[in-house]
Ligand binder design. Sequence first.
Ligand code: SF4
Ligand code: SF4
Length: 124
Amino acid sequence: MKIYKKGFNYCFDSDACNECAGNCCIGASGYIWVSPDEILKIAMFLEMSLDKFYEKYLKKVKYRFSLREIEYNDGYRCMFFDTQKKQCKIYSVRPAQCISFPFWEHFKTNIKEVENECPGIVRL
Ligand code: SF4
Ligand code: SF4
């Protein structure tokens, strides 16, 4: 299914996810920002106490939190990426940053970057 978003000179073919290795959840290290509301939702989904969740899955970056990553192949992966199934273990409660991929403001002027990462990008 092709998804379009106003202001972007590409669309996203979600069928590409079926064949992809999960490129948006693995690779170079980056930040996977989570808001307090999202933290609460994910912890509840995992049936974990907030204390345990903070300890195991979050890293503090100044005044914000990011999901932790771990080494994977030649780079890193999000801790919630299932390497067997090649999918997100918390898909229904994943952060807004993940939901909005590949339509990030940054990519409006850096289309090559998102093309290299995501095989579902189709230029318009
Ligand atoms: S990189 Fe693109 S095609 Fe691959 S899993 Fe992520 S959104 Fe889907
Ligand atoms: S939370 Fe899920 S969708 Fe987001 S980076 Fe981690 S594995 Fe990928």
